[in-house]
Design a protein around this ligand. Structure first.
Ligand code: DGL
Length: 273
């Protein structure tokens, strides 16, 4: 295996909220971001479709020489990761790794809760897959997990409406539905790449004292820890501070919208998978 950048995959712009945190923790590493904007959103698609789309992107990043690929997308992590790890990767590139965002989050969520009641907000795909229920149960069986699908949040963010009054209705609706399941929830996980953009609205509509977890801030130190424990992978990760951004749709649009997710302007390149 030759050295290459760490691949970061998402269905669109959203994974930039995760990459933004990863770059803070690993500023010297090279990253190759791939957003499948042409086919986003994944959140309400079938298992089969999400798996096929994600596998195509993973193959693309493997061909670009990535020794490690992070599925920054919760929906892809929930619906495609396991099959790719177990069925595809051994035949495609057995010495490389593909990791997701659900397991590292499930590993730490219990540390934040006093009441043992945690809330998970995600796309319909993530919620219906029950991946968080399963993974959190493995790590912290004593926790009670309450899930809420928020299908309107991604479209609101994608259309730049996250700060608008129009978003208030749906932010309140899904939070009300979550908290009606348990009033004891004291830890709220934003289990979707887009939700950090709604954090201001969320914070003002939940009871005081609730911890809201931004997933990028969990995934970034977990990746650093993984690289420290796995020299067989980290030795093959380039460290020239290079960032490249690829999109399967129009670059102009990507460049314009990406700043809200990444916090700084970027220039993307078009790729056809
Ligand atoms: N990236 C997706 C996630 O984290 C949200 C956008 C989509 O539905 O594709 O679940």
């Amino acid at each position: 295996m030759e050295q290459g950048p760490i691949g970061i995959f998402d269905s669109g712009y959203g994974g930039l909220t995760v990459l933004r945190e990863i770059v803070k923790v690993l500023p010297h590493h090279d990253f190759l971001y791939l957003g499948d904007n042409a086919r986003t959103p994944y959140g309400n698609r079938s298992f089969k479709t999400i798996y096929e789309y994600t596998l195509e992107s993973v193959k693309y990043l493997l061909n670009e020489g990535c020794p490690l690929i992070i599925l920054a997308c919760n929906t892809a992590s929930a619906k495609a990761l396991r099959t790719i790890q177990q069925r595809d990767l051994p035949g495609l590139a057995p010495d490389r790794r593909v990791l997701g965002v659900i397991r590292p989050t499930a590993e730490v969520i219990g540390q934040y809760s006093q009441t043992g009641h945690v809330g998970v907000l995600g796309t319909s795909g993530t919620v219906n897959s029950e991946s968080y229920l399963l993974e959190i149960k493995k790590q912290s069986p004593e926790l009670k997990v309450f899930q809420q699908a928020c299908p309107m949040w991604v479209p609101l963010v994608e259309n730049g409406e996250h700060d608008s009054e129009g978003a208030d209705y749906f932010v309140e609706k899904y939070l009300r539905e979550l908290f009606s399941q348990s009033e004891k929830i004291d830890t709220l996980l934003l289990a979707c790449t887009h939700y950090p953009l709604l954090i201001k609205k969320i914070m003002t509509r939940i009871p005081a004292g609730i911890t809201v977890l931004n997933q990028g801030e969990i995934v970034a130190p977990s990746l650093e820890d993984y690289l420290n424990r796995h020299p067989e992978i980290s030795d093959f990760c380039l460290k020239n501070h290079q960032l490249r951004f690829l999109t399967t749709d129009e670059t102009e649009n990507f460049n314009k919208k990406a700043k809200a997710f990444f916090g700084q302007s970027i220039l993307s390149e078009f790729v056809h998978l």
